[in-house]
Design a protein around this ligand. Sequence first.
Ligand SMILES: Cc1cc2nc3c(=O)[nH]c(=O)nc-3n(C[C@H](O)[C@H](O)[C@H](O)COP(=O)(O)OP(=O)(O)OC[C@H]3O[C@@H](n4cnc5c(N)ncnc54)[C@H](O)[C@@H]3O)c2cc1C
Length: 446
Amino acid sequence: MKNRTVNIIGAGLAGSEAAYQLAKRNIKVKLYEVKRITKNPVQFLDGFAELVCSNSLRSNEMTNAVGTLKEEMRLLDSLIIRAAEYAQVPAGGSLAVDRIMFSEYITNELQNNNLIEIIDKEVISIDPNEITLVASGPLTTDNLQNEISKLIGTDDFYFYDAVAPIIEKESINMEIAYQKNRYDKGETSDYINCPMSKEEYLNFYNELIRAEVTIGHLPGEAELKYFEGCMPVEAMAKRGEETLLFGPMKPKGLNKPDGTRNHAVVQLRQDDANNRLYNIVGFQTNLKWPEQKRVFSMIPGLENAKFVRYGVMHKNNFINSPKVLNKFLQLKSNENIFFAGQITGVEGYVESCVTGLITSINIFNYINNKEMKIPTSKSVTGALLNYINKASITNFQPMKANWGIVDEISFDKPNKKITKQEIKKLKNERISNLAIENIKEYIKKI
Ligand SMILES: Cc1cc2nc3c(=O)[nH]c(=O)nc-3n(C[C@H](O)[C@H](O)[C@H](O)COP(=O)(O)OP(=O)(O)OC[C@H]3O[C@@H](n4cnc5c(N)ncnc54)[C@H](O)[C@@H]3O)c2cc1C
């Protein structure tokens, strides 16, 4: 018979949600948290589920994927969403909170639960025979990092997140951009190419080197030494006017379909199995997000680009989930060990939390020898889990909630004349409704 106590490492967003969900299902929890002994450089509160940066859980609108995700979580009785609504502050269409009230609400809920034992301690080893949920977040302590590396191998544990922006394919102007592989290698034309004349390149270059960059959240982050292979595009540009032409914007082998040579080319590579998201190759960046939108929209073909994820460069622990975990976020090499939160390669407060929610339900099923289940990728919850299960093993990068990862639907345009934006809104409403129906189906099964 399996042990009916679950160790949870980390009382952050994922760990707090998981502790609540397990206790609600009558499972005893030992919740380990190090912050009252040692805080990391971005923590200030003693309470749990601390929002370390923005106080916003982003959009509450159902036509937005993260808004729908929150509704899915409401239906699943998420503690984190309940706390956010309790601590809500006015923020237009977003769900923003008073972070102290938010953390206090969650801390009280967990501390007053008889089934949850709170242990203020740094976990440095994981017992392979005990059921454990690792939810130690993007700033997992060094000792635990070493322990996790022993479990999964150092090659599959990342310490650094160098991500280029990701764009919705549908928003790329294919009247300017074209599909082609460099020197036409390969059987299919996999890349989307955005061509630039000399004048366009110089305008772009001058804006890029002057654009505002983000100062890291963590001490010393601004001075981080970058590997040559993942240097921010703006840092590379500052080395000289021609540098990008020999790097990520090299035009060689990428002439236009009519044979015309370009001065520079920006390439975009498919990012998801559904072929709806593309990343800008070699454009990992530290630019502020509005600056990314402004400067990268100068790239011909990307003038109306919809960014589903901006580029970032910061310290971030995450594991190669598609390789080491199964779809239930259970370690393939030891079924007693589960992972949740940002460490699994989702990104964002809400996304981290939902993985804790679903994984704890699966741990409950695992303990009771019941079939483990996840929602389908018609829902945003299921789509995120699907992404981290099926993404590229060789280039796995964290993902936020967005419509590009949710299953595509067939959508007939209404007969009456309406704008492209109205069509998009109608389509998103439809996808959102389907997502909610899907979660309701999932709830009936669990
Ligand atoms: C600097 C920074 C800023 C961010 N800003 C935002 C933002 O503005 N908006 C957004 O949506 N997302 C942001 N994120 C991303 C992410 O959403 C948050 O980090 C989120 O808190 C992740 O949730 P989590 O539950 O995975 O981890 P966390 O909320 O970080 O929780 C992990 C917990 O585990 C504890 N822990 C770590 N190691 C141990 C150990 N060995 N033993 C016991 N306890 C341990 C930690 O103290 C922590 O309390 C940011 C990330 C970072 C690193």
